[in-house]
Every structure is written in C-alpha cells, then in structure tokens.
Ligand binder design. Structure first.
Ligand code: NCD
Length: 309
C-alpha cells in the first residue's frame, strides 16, 4: 500500500487500493489547490521538472501543486536552454537532477525514457509522458474526475475516441479502467487503433473492449466519452497525418444522440476534435478535469515524499 519512495513510470506500477488512496488524499487537497487553505506539507522539498516535450497543464499543475504545498521547483521546459543543447545524455541530466532535488518529473519524447531515468536516479521519478508510451498522472486525474462525477467507475461504459495508437493518455487509462472494472469501447480512425499490446494487457485483466471506427455505434450507451487529439508530432510522414486530420468531431448533433448524463472528457490540448459549442453544455467536463491535475498531483507527491502515509 505504501507509496513512499516509489517511482511512477506506468499505471501498472500502482494497485487499485493505491490509486484509491491517492484519490482520497486528493479530495482533501482541493481547498489547498484552490488557494483557500494554506499548507506547508512539503516545506523545504525541491521538485525538478524536466520537460523535453511541450506541456502546459502537466508542467504547470505539478509546479502549482508543489508550491501550494510549500515546496519549491527547479527545472526546464526548453531543453535547448540546458546542457542538453551541448549534447548531454538523458542519464547524465538525470544524475544531476537527482543530486539537486527530492523528486523528478520527466517528460521525454521516447517510450521507456522514464524507466531509464528511474534506474539512474536515487530520488523517485514520475513519468509525465514518455513518447507514445504512458502518462500515469493524467490517468490518476482522469480517474479522480470520473469518480467525482459518477460515484464509481465499475460497470460504467467508457469510450476512448481518437488517436489510440500514439496517444499515451489512453494507453494508461485503458489499463487503469480495466483494473476498476469499467466497460470499454475503443473508437479510432483506421490506422490509429489501440496498440495490440494494450489490447492484450486489458484482455488479460478481464476486459472485452468493443472496437470500432464509428462513434455513432456506441454514443447512445456511453457514460463517458474520452476524446483525444491526433498526435501530429508522432507521424513519421505528414501525408499520413493529413489523411486522418479532422476525421472526427464531437459536436452538438452528436451529443443529441447521447444520454443526458453523458460527459465528455479530454486530456487537452484539443485541436478540432471537440467543437467549442460543446463547452457550454452540461456534457463538457474537460476544464474541471484539467483543474483536478493540481489536487491529484499534490496527493501523489505528498504520498511519494512520505509527508503523508
Ligand atoms: C496529453 C499528453 O501530453 O500526452 N496532454 C496532457 O498532458 N494533458 C495529451 C496530448 O498532448 O494530446
């Protein structure tokens, strides 16, 4: 059950009781995340945020979470401004961050980078996205948002729509939702299907995902429609991207076919896959979801740093 000192590289590093514990602590963190209550829980601690790929929410919410708990932050968001530009390897950069901080949050363009960093670091490493691999802290805030919205996840129908091939958020999320007993649908344009490895993993854990290219197939039955962006930056050939760009959109006409209680989530940033007119409907949950990154990351850091048992 203890999280103290652990690395978080894949969502499979956590058990369901550990995920529930993080979410319970996150509930208590909400007033601190909103700035309504003060805390010194992580006073004197230093977080290193090493972002080799663009980020808005993940980086800022980790930093806000650390500062709201009285800790401090060092790091970079543009590796060109660090010695990476001089040719320093990831391993050496990690060794340095390890000796200057108490916790490292890493985003890197290659799958497996966070695992490598964890091997080189004494202090815990949290994976904030490794290429098309995993994004476990996004998953924790997604689960927290779903639990808050629906009370429980077990037996709920959750459809993942979009770039399921390159989208790391959906890889972690599909595995976690299976652990929580959700019913899954995977909807993607042709060529961007969920990787065979993830499908195998969830099947081994007992899920039987429904796989389709058409959101219309399931829209009337889903409880949460989790939409993702087509990951343009991961395409080797831009012509391939252009073939699928704009191939699906969540809009008012589609929502007319959904249950009233159906909620739309998105890890953000969105491009064109959710029409802005959806924002003002009761279906839109994505901005609240983005806020939840702060309390969830507070809880995770406090538990990993051992400030809370
Ligand atoms: C996601 C990511 O970086 O994987 N963003 C995020 O962390 N909220 C999703 C994306 O970039 O599409």
């Amino acid at each position: 059950m203890k999280l103290k000192g652990m690395d978080l590289v894949s969502i499979r590093d956590l058990t369901v009781p550990q995920m529930n514990r993080i979410m319970d602590v996150a509930m208590e963190m909400v007033p601190i995340a909103k700035g309504k209550k003060k805390s010194k829980l992580l006073d004197g601690r230093i977080l290193a945020t090493l972002f080799y790929e663009p980020s808005t929410r993940t980086k800022l919410s980790f930093e806000s979470a650390m500062m709201r708990l009285g800790g401090r932050v060092i790091g970079f968001s543009d590796p060109k401004s660090s010695s990476v530009a001089k040719g320093e390897t990831l391993a050496d950069t990690i060794r340095m961050a390890d000796s200057y901080s108490d916790l490292i949050v890493l985003r890197y363009r290659h799958e497996g980078a966070a695992r490598l960093a964890a091997d080189f670091s004494e202090v815990p490493v949290i994976n904030a996205g490794d290429g098309a691999g995993q994004h476990p802290t996004q998953t924790l805030l997604d689960l927290f948002t779903m639990r808050e919205e629906m009370g429980s996840i077990k037996g709920k129908h959750i459809a993942l729509l979009g770039d399921l091939k390159y989208g790391r958020t959906v890889h972690s999320l599909a595995e976690a939702l299976t652990m929580f007993g959700a019913e899954l649908s995977f909807i993607s344009p042709e060529g961007l299907e969920m990787p065979a490895e993830t499908i195998e993993n969830v099947k081994k854990m007992g899920a039987e995902p429904y796989i389709t290219t058409s959101v219309e197939d399931v829209i009337g039955d889903v409880d949460i429609l989790y939409v993702t962006r087509i990951q343009k930056e991961r395409f080797a050939d831009l012509a391939e991207y252009k073939k699928v760009a704009g191939s699906f959109q969540v809009n008012i006409e589609l929502l007319d076919k959904a249950k009233k209680s159906m909620r739309v989530m998105h890890p953000l940033p969105r491009v064109s896959e959710i029409s802005p007119e959806v924002d003002s409907t009761p279906h839109a949950l994505y901005f609240k979801q983005a806020f939840n990154g702060v309390p969830v990351r507070m809880a995770l850091m406090a538990l990993i740093m051992g400030a809370i048992e």
